[in-house]
Design a protein around this ligand. Structure first.
Ligand SMILES: [Zn+2]
Length: 464
């Protein structure tokens, strides 16, 4: 008898963690970090739905921190089993989790310095770099499309999700007098995305479906159109003698931008100009992309092959050293700077914004989702003044917002991927979405013929 339990990303988009209780123990589907207000996050990220020591294994859909970032804590609290993920995901995790540990350690240091009450109030980081290294000993890289025994009577198959490098949807099959099949989508990507292969189609027929719903009621702009717009913006800014600054997430968005600009230069649409990727994390992640060409689509393979190298250094300059980053401030010729973080909350992008926003010759291009109360959101809203490092700056630079670069499936992608499964489902569970997106996904599945669509809340359990 198996049972599903919902813990994270239930009625929200963060902290993905679902549990499949089997006769052989609990299997976690993802183990993501909850990202929100500090006090909530600390409490939630330290609590697990079962005793960590009782977990049989973890099946990890992809390397984004909201799907993987609680793993080092799970191991630290007593889990000793394997975590299965694709090989590319395992490579990305070594970079992503090390960065996450650094943030946890810095955060704890910052708060401990601020607190004057006494040692009893000091907080510990959620986990450290040491914990990440210990966790990594248990990561098992697996190939796509091959059924793998992961527990007694349970096999898992990782299918391409087309969302970020190494991303997968996971098919879980449970033996019994009749096989029970469950598909966990993870985060689904889009068709015809640059670099990555399309999501696996058709998805296998299953009895149960757990699906994300991030953009279940949105239709994205065309990616190629966005790339053309970006090139036009760069040309105009260059003609004005300015710099283009692009805040971008390190995993996925940065590599897509590099790819789009490299293609434009190779096709003669964009005259070469200095393009800098200024972020140690982005540089490390791009290195992981270079090491996993098996995950590229045919177009990307052909393109890089024709260029004689992948994410080449002849067109793009990668910066890791702080001195080299600072040196960009003193260069006044036209250039493109891609830096993190994507929402302008921390990282080197803040220095570049500080140095460019007060000059109307420059352009800030916003390419990602900007949460409320972030500096990125203020820029998208074209606030007259913005605060950086505690000082107010006039926002005189041109601001352009390009919304076509999403790595998430939109309503058309969902319909194409999931509607064929709907009529045969015994039940579907919709997670990982804001409330109106979750309801949109429920409507899509009901319209496609699924009569039992559930929107689980934290702690809900369902017998399979
Ligand atoms: Zn994701």
């Amino acid at each position: 008898m198996a049972e599903l339990e919902f813990h994270g990303a239930a009625e929200t988009v963060t902290g993905s963690l679902h549990v499949l209780h089997t006769d052989d123990g609990a299997i976690y589907l993802d183990c993501g970090l909850f990202q929100g207000r500090r006090e909530d996050s600390r409490r939630i990220n330290q609590s697990f739905p079962t005793r960590p020591a009782d977990v049989k294994c973890v099946l990890l859909s992809h390397a984004h921190i909201d799907h993987s970032g609680r793993l080092p804590r799970l191991y630290r609290d007593g889990f000793t089993g394997p975590s299965y993920a694709t090989r590319a995901t395992c490579s990305l995790l070594s970079v992503m989790l090390a960065d996450s540990a650094h943030i946890q350690e810095e955060d704890a240091r910052f708060w401990n310095e601020k607190r004057a009450e006494g040692p009893q109030d000091f907080i510990q980081p959620l986990y450290t770099h040491e914990d990440v290294l210990k966790a990594m000993e248990h990561f098992l890289g697996v190939p796509y499309n091959q059924p793998l025994p992961v527990a007694g009577g349970v096999t898992a198959t990782f299918l391409e999700a087309g969302h970020v490098l190494g991303s997968s949807s996971v098919l879980v099959e449970l033996d019994g007098w009749r096989k029970t099949r469950l598909l966990y989508t993870g985060d689904l990507g889009r068709f015809d995305m640059p670099i990555l292969r399309d999501p696996h189609t058709p998805l296998p027929e299953v009895d149960y479906l757990i699906t994300e719903s991030t953009y279940a009621n949105r239709r994205h702009n065309d990616e190629a159109e966005m790339a053309d717009k970006l090139v036009a913006i760069i040309q105009e800014t260059r003609a004005a003698g300015g710099k283009v600054v692009i805040p971008a997430f390190s995993l996925g968005r940065t590599q897509h931008l590099v790819y789009a600009l490299s293609q434009a230069i190779a096709a003669g649409k964009l005259e070469p100009l200095p393009i800098y990727v200024d972020s140690p994390l982005s540089v490390n992640i791009t290195q992981v992309f270079r090491e996993h060409p098996e995950c590229y689509d045919a177009e990307a393979r052909d393109f890089w092959h024709s260029q004689g190298g992948v994410f080449g250094r002849d067109m793009i300059r990668y910066i890791t050293r702080v001195d080299d980053s600072k040196a960009l401030n003193d260069m006044h010729e036209p250039m493109v700077i891609i830096a993190s973080s994507g929402m302008c909350e921390f990282g080197r992008i803040l220095h570049h914004l500080k140095n460019t926003v007060e000059d109307e010759k420059n352009t800030v291009v916003m390419v990602g989702f900007q949460a409320q109360h972030t500096l990125g959101r203020r820029i998208v809203e074209r606030a007259e003044q913005i605060k950086i490092f505690g000082r107010m700056y006039e926002l005189l630079a041109r601001v352009e917002v390009l919304n076509g670069f999403s790595a998430h499936a939109d309503m058309d992608d969902f319909a194409k991927l999931l509607a064929p499964l709907a009529p045969r489902l015994k039940a579907a569970f919709v997670v990982h979405g804001e409330p109106h997106q979750v309801s949109a996904m429920r409507d899509t599945l009901v319209a496609a013929g699924c009569s039992a669509v559930h929107i689980p809340t934290k702690g809900d359990r369902f017998k399979l």
